[in-house]
Ligand binder design. Structure first.
Ligand code: CIZ
Ligand code: SF4
Length: 300
């Protein structure tokens, strides 16, 4: 039996579901029951009636799935697949900023540890951040951990006062505006579609700024025949599959090494053994879940 057949057999036998992020390797996405961005995966995790969720992505995604569905077993194919940005804020910094403002909301990008979520008022993803922050009554917003996404959201909501935190995604930050400008010269008819984790100078050269799901939707609706995609390269698979007549370029090949740690062999292994299960600290579970639930409610 080949590995895909065996994974599918075990999925059925154990009533497991595989949720994959767009950024994992293409062969891994072949066995996924659901593939999407963080927002989509969190909604699926909340609604699934499977007993086991295999989260083919990085650890904050597994933690979110467990928070949203605590009765389920959540397994990570690779327990070291972690997002460095998820750790790039401190509780001390949050508390220090809170002391300065009476009316402040702590807004936490979902790419964050459960600990950071537990010290926040609401979570956001890149797909819903503007909508969720707009819906908050607070004028002062501390946005953690990603400064670039925070600055983009702030640019869309000028009536609020934002405080930023110096976190970043190394992959999106690594996309260079100078190289993008070169690429635009080479492909002048291509539209530039960019994730808001990229730096401000890259955003300034873009025709569309949005989450991975937003980029995929935009590429389908646009009349343009070619696009320069400024996000992690995994999204190319979905774009090329959905729109085979369109052409997609990237600036270099931005690759998240952590997402690429997930392999079919590791998925099979956790399905067989049940290892790498996510357990969350009891002290922070309720508060972290409250910030995720608030996001799901405000993003409706
Ligand atoms: O960079 C990431 O990890 C993204 C874009 C996650 C997501 O799906 O929002
Ligand atoms: Fe984290 Fe960036 Fe990888 Fe996303 S692409 S998981 S933000 S390091």
């Amino acid at each position: 039996m080949d590995i895909i057949e065996e994974i599918n057999r075990l999925k059925k036998e154990k009533n497991a579901v595989i949720l994959s992020h767009y950024y994992v390797d293409d062969d891994v996405k072949e066995v996924a029951d659901y593939t999407g961005d963080s927002y989509y995966l969190s909604k699926v995790a909340k609604e699934t009636d499977a007993d086991i969720i295999v989260l083919s992505g990085v650890s904050f995604m597994g933690e979110s799935a467990k928070l949203l569905n605590p009765e389920k077993t959540v397994l990570m194919p690779d327990s070291h697949a972690d997002c460095p940005m998820a750790h790039m804020a401190t509780v001390e910094y949050i508390e220090k900023v809170k002391e300065k403002y009476d009316d402040i909301a702590i807004v936490c990008y979902i790419n964050s540890t459960a600990l950071l979520k537990s010290h926040s008022d609401v979570c956001v993803t890149s797909a819903n951040a503007v909508k969720v922050v707009k819906a908050l009554p607070n004028k002062n917003i501390l946005f953690i951990p990603d400064e670039n996404l925070g600055r983009y959201v702030a640019s869309q909501i000028p009536e609020k006062n934002f405080i930023f935190n110096p976190g970043f995604c190394p992959i999106h930050k690594g996309i260079s505006a100078a190289e993008l400008a070169e690429c635009k010269k080479k492909f002048p008819d291509a539209e530039v579609l960019t994730h808001p984790e990229c730096t401000q100078d890259v955003l300034a050269l873009s025709d569309f700024i949005g989450s991975t799901s937003g980029i995929i939707k935009y590429a389908g609706e646009s009349k343009a025949a070619s696009f320069i995609i400024c996000t992690e390269c995994g999204v190319l698979y979905e774009l090329r599959e959905r729109y085979p007549d369109k052409t997609f370029y990237t600036v270099g090949l931005p690759t998240c090494v952590n997402m690429k740690k997930v392999t079919l062999e590791k998925i099979l292994d956790v399905l067989k053994t049940g290892k790498n299960e996510i357990f969350l600290d009891n002290d922070l579970k309720d508060k972290a879940l409250a910030s995720l639930d608030k996001m799901l409610e405000l993003a409706k």
